[in-house]
Design a protein around this ligand. Structure first.
Ligand code: COS
Length: 391
């Protein structure tokens, strides 16, 4: 094995070099064409990015959460479309299999996901169930040894191109809540699974999002993850804790880059006979961005270390996602403000960062859901402590 993959610091340096030399120069092209070139995906495969979190036994690198966050920050410097290419394989598209899958399922699918041979997708969201994820309507009915799946999924990252799908569907009655939702692993090309073309988005061009229609889609019972019904919702929520931390870490990378490009611009653009960077009101905005960025980075790393120590990830992950993506939005907004007319023009990097930053506050759970998740846990803990002191 390449020694770069066994020494984390060397690996990190290697990834940063790849980002700076291969990804940054093509950002504008990817934004304009909505496509990440296939040779870049091949390079990502060679760099083992698709297997960062997956156990070594199945071909992954099995990095710690802190290490994954550092790599995500590094790739995040080049914008969210590149991070998303491998982000689903290491998170939403593999976590349920890693945690709950049978050995047979792991051996069949994880090596393909870890190598990047197949892109992965995670299908939870529906036309009528996004934030209200517990109320999914897609139904899976067991007939003999086959599940017949019917329903629709929306806004699914990688759906147009993925080879392996984790799909959450209802195996229980309509009002069966979390206990009635199950997770399935389904391969591209399965009869009755219809994939849309990529839909156009405000930002993150190059990361494909599409919808899925299940019309009497037949999935062998061997596709029920873990072979047990009713684990799908909790598996999905658990997976999302990882996804939220990943989004937070990538957003730290994007914010770092936005600040760098803004300072460069402020040094190069002159007004009233001096560079923008010499004006104290501009300096105030730059200082705010840098200070907030430092807090974001510290929060993500602290949350990642908590996960590595085995602490409950729900609050650290939601807090990291919430705080960092709201901060990124402010940093991107200041970047447009500092760049003035240039920042407002289509095609300027500031305009692209601004559009890219917007999605992070929505996906993997809106930031309003993050607030709910954090507050509910806080209240639950306080009530538990109060009950314990009374008894
Ligand atoms: N890990 C493991 N289990 C979890 C969990 C987590 N992070 N979060 C919730 N659960 C469990 C709960 O413990 C509960 O189990 P019990 O029934 O055994 O008590 C069950 O799942 C249902 O949870 P809850 O009662 O909190 O469900 P609600 O419908 O009230 O609320 C929210 C759940 C709103 C927090 C959830 O639906 C959510 O996060 N929605 C956003 C979904 C999302 O992120 N969508 C983005 C698209 S997918 S990329």
């Amino acid at each position: 094995m390449d020694p770069a993959y066994t020494d984390f610091n060397a690996y990190h340096t290697h990834i940063l070099k790849f980002v700076n030399e291969c990804l940054l120069p093509i950002e504008a092209e990817v934004d304009a064409t909505h496509k990440v070139p296939s040779h870049i995906i091949d390079q990502m495969r060679t760099l083992r990015l698709f297997g960062l979190s997956i156990p070594k036994k199945y071909g992954g690198l099995d990095l710690s959460m802190e290490e994954i966050s550092l790599i995500s920050m590094a790739v995040g410097r080049s914008g969210a479309a590149f991070s998303t290419k491998f982000g689903i394989n290491i998170g939403l598209g593999s976590r349920i299999l890693v945690k709950d899958g049978t050995e047979e399922q792991k051996e069949k699918y994880l090596p393909r996901i870890a190598s990047g041979e197949d892109l992965a997708a995670f299908a939870l969201t529906e036309p009528e169930a996004g934030s209200d994820a517990i109320n999914i309507k897609t139904k899976a009915v067991l007939k003999g040894d086959t599940y017949i799946i019917n329903g629709s999924k929306r806004y699914i990252t990688n759906a147009p191109t993925a080879g392996i799908f984790t799909v959450i569907a209802r195996t229980g009655a309509e009002n069966s809540g979390a206990a009635g939702a199950s997770a399935f692993v389904i391969e591209r090309g399965t009869r009755g699974m219809i994939l849309s073309e990529p839909v156009l988005k405000m930002g993150e061009h190059g990361s494909d999002i599409g919808s899925i229609e299940f019309c009497d889609c037949s999935v062998s019972a061997a596709g029920l993850i873990g072979g047990v019904e009713g684990r799908g919702f909790k598996g999905a929520m658990n997976t999302m804790d990882f996804g939220r931390l990943f989004v937070g870490a990538s957003a730290v990378g994007i914010a770092e880059r936005v600040i760098e490009e803004t300072v460069k611009y402020a040094l190069s653009r002159k007004q009233f006979g001096q560079p923008l960077a010499d004006f104290e009101l501009i300096q105030g905005m730059l200082a705010d961005s840098k200070t907030e960025w430092l807090a974001c980075r510290a929060l993500v790393l602290e949350a990642s270390r908590a996960v590595d120590k085995g602490e409950k990830a729900v609050v650290p992950a939601a807090a990291a996602k919430y705080f960092v993506t709201e901060t990124l939005a402010r940093i991107a907004d200041r970047a447009v403000q500092i760049a003035g007319g240039y920042g407002f023009m289509h095609g300027s990097p500031m305009e692209r960062y601004y559009r890219d930053a917007r999605g992070c506050r929505i996906y993997e759970g809106t930031n309003q859901i993050m607030q709910l998740v954090i507050a509910r846990e806080l209240i639950k803990e306080m009530k538990k402590a109060a009950d314990a002191s009374c008894s």
